[in-house]
Ligand binder design. Structure first.
Ligand code: HEM
Length: 126
């Protein structure tokens, strides 16, 4: 389970569903590090680039407007993924090889796989 959690975190770090988080507008003049941010400036955070640093995990944003659903999302994802892996064997159809998988992503409201993942589930109890 520790390994599964690590995979979940790493997948979210490298493939954040909201790579530029949610755009914000500065309510007042502010200074962030060395930068002057004028009132009314639209601020877009490039979380995708920030998260290339393996020490950083910000798929849920950060600070006061960070995602309040982080604990719910992580436990739900963990539980669903653990059950899918525990109860089924997963293979690619038609003798497909893992290396041939198209891992390209497509931008939309959230980022998702460009080509849907097609897999065959074989119940382990049979
Ligand atoms: C893997 C799943 C999820 C991801 C990656 C995600 C990601 C995010 C991100 C990046 C933000 C913007 C944070 C910022 O601008 O700093 C956000 C905001 C928010 N999320 Fe999530 N989220 C997820 C699941 C959820 C769930 C399950 C809930 C509720 C049950 C939720 C509720 C919210 C709400 C209400 C906000 C707005 C917070 C605010 O503006 O103050 N999210 N989320």
């Amino acid at each position: 389970m520790k390994y599964l959690k690590a995979i979940l975190k790493e997948a979210l770090r490298l493939h954040p569903p909201l790579p530029t988080l949610v755009p914000r507008v500065a309510r007042q003049d502010a200074k962030v590090m060395a930068y002057d941010v004028a009132k009314g400036t639209r601020v877009i955070i490039n979380a995708w680039t920030i998260a290339r640093d393996p020490k950083v995990l910000i798929p849920f944003g950060s600070g006061r407007r960070g995602c309040p659903g982080v604990a719910f999302a992580m436990t739900t994802n963990e539980s669903v993924l653990a059950n899918l892996l525990y109860n089924f064997d997963w293979v690619l159809p038609n003798g497909g090889k893992e290396d041939d998988l198209d891992m390209n992503e497509q931008i939309g409201f959230t980022v998702r796989k460009k080509t849907p993942l097609l897999v065959t589930a074989k119940p382990l109890s049979i």
